[in-house]
Design a protein around this ligand. Sequence first.
Ligand SMILES: Cc1cc2nc3c(=O)[nH]c(=O)nc-3n(C[C@H](O)[C@H](O)[C@H](O)COP(=O)(O)OP(=O)(O)OC[C@H]3O[C@@H](n4cnc5c(N)ncnc54)[C@H](O)[C@@H]3O)c2cc1C
Length: 361
Amino acid sequence: MTLDFFLEHKAQFGFRDRGYLWLYADAALYARAIEKRRLQNEYGLGVEVLDSVEVRKRFPILDRSMHEILGATFSPRDGLVNPNAVRAWYRAEAEQLGVEFRNRHYIGGVETERMVGSAGSLRRVTAVQVIEVRRGSPDDESGAVREILVTHRVPSESALGEARIQCQAVVNCLGAWAPTFSAKVGVPDPTVPVRRQICLVDVHREDMADGVSLDNLGMIVDPSGLYFHPEGPYVLAGYSIPDEVPGFDFDYDGAAFFENQIWPRLAHRCSSFERCGHVRGWSGLYAVTPDRSGIAGGVAGFSNLFEAHSFTGRGVMQSYGVGRGMAGLIAAGAFDEVDLSPLTRARFEEAGRWVREELHI
Ligand SMILES: Cc1cc2nc3c(=O)[nH]c(=O)nc-3n(C[C@H](O)[C@H](O)[C@H](O)COP(=O)(O)OP(=O)(O)OC[C@H]3O[C@@H](n4cnc5c(N)ncnc54)[C@H](O)[C@@H]3O)c2cc1C
């Protein structure tokens, strides 16, 4: 469904359906990937299993330490999109349907009431309290925004005043910040914010004889935790540092991240990256759950509170399906076209219902 949607807007989203190649060096993970392929191909994804000889033949850029590689899966319909273009499209479509967006409004509080006469003791969200954050100079603005996002305090000089928005329905879709909202209504979230860093790699430096050609390649995921793909004239590479301490940490480690984490892994697998260089990079947050799957559905104990968050690094690719599923739930009172019920928070009460995902970056 999502791939069809991205294809439909191919030019607008910058969708490059050049495939995802996942390399495996761990027998158990490789077996798991092969097992999952059955389900993926029932949905027409055409995922291939390649042995290491086939990988080398089809992806000659991978020319180093290939004895470590047991094999790979290649999913040809997968690809890369411009996530900001996707977000802009959702927003423009919503505005056309009459949705009003209030930029720079921070949800500071929630008002609820107990529903009289209803079965059990359901609560209803009646209003959210919002604080409008003043738009200052670009420098002031980033300082204020950083303080809000990192410490959850709105600097008093930035608040223009408080307001209340009366609510028929409320959806907590605050990403890594979702637990801060859930806490306001007394609901514990298992989600933690974890920093993820990515950087642009210069692959056409003057001292690089032939550069690196990734033409027609999509995403490559290395067993070391490195992943990379072409991005304009550069290569975009990321690495998930294992056991990174959770926290609202937006610091980018700069050239040291490239030198210590990215370059050694690129050069270990591809000789053509031997002399590549660091351009720049940035960090953001993954909202990580214990089973590494998102949380979506109605919030138990409330009549009009919903949630869709904690997508653990896969929120862009899941956004269309989650949006369709949540729209059905809110409009019709039950999931219809897309059944997201395995992702409701109730699953955390029983380990057997967790939606564990081992194949992730
Ligand atoms: C480095 C990196 C690489 C990634 N790569 C991929 C990828 O390749 N593919 C993929 O699918 N996903 C990827 N992701 C994950 C993806 O970016 C997220 O899953 C997705 O952005 C989540 O979208 P969201 O709308 O749920 O949350 P967000 O995009 O985080 O939006 C939540 C919004 O809520 C706002 N907010 C928070 N608290 C409040 C409040 N109290 N009041 C008002 N507003 C508030 C925040 O400012 C934010 O704008 C990556 C993430 C990172 C960090």
